[in-house]
Ligand binder design. Structure first.
Ligand SMILES: [Zn+2]
Length: 158
């Protein structure tokens, strides 16, 4: 049984090591598995487990924000304005010329995926006309999704 002070010290150590990676190389899932193992192995109280999990969530948010910021930079560097809109439909993102609209209902993770998806359309389909009414709509969507996944995976290793 580890005292709470000791547990907090160990968590802070772990987080400072994580900080040394600047959030780039740490896999959140690995961190969650490690912290769950730590919580189980050391019989950590419910309250403290909550603090640990909140810290990991916070870290995930910071990392998520970095990804989103990097995608925003990519958009800005290409002269694309990104706006948040209260969509009437359940669309996550829309693209019109040099503007990307993101639904205001999205979580940060969803907004990151939607932004990567719309940016992928700009790179892949800027010369294909209106991709929504195109016969190849589904094909274009699949291409944008695959490319968005690649962009997001790259942001995890850069
Ligand atoms: Zn699309």
């Amino acid at each position: 049984m580890v005292t709470e002070d000791e547990a907090i010290r160990r968590i802070l150590n772990t987080l400072s090591e994580v900080e040394a990676f600047k959030g780039n190389e740490i896999n959140i899932e690995d961190l969650k598995i490690a912290s769950n193992k730590f919580i189980n192995d050391n019989n950590i109280s419910k309250e403290l487990s909550k603090i640990i999990n909140n810290a990991i969530d916070l870290f995930e948010d910071i990392k998520g924000n970095q990804k989103f910021d990097n995608l925003m930079k990519l958009a800005n560097n290409n002269g694309i304005k990104v706006l948040t809109k209260d969509f009437k439909s359940d669309a996550r993102g829309l693209l019109a010329k040099n503007k990307i609209g993101l639904s205001s209902k999205l979580s940060l993770k969803e907004a990151t995926e939607a932004l990567a998806h719309e940016l992928a359309h700009i790179y892949l389909h800027h010369d294909k006309g209106d991709t929504i009414i195109s016969d190849k709509h589904e094909e274009y969507e699949e291409q944008a999704n695959r490319t968005a996944n690649l962009i997001i995976d790259l942001l995890n290793v850069l």
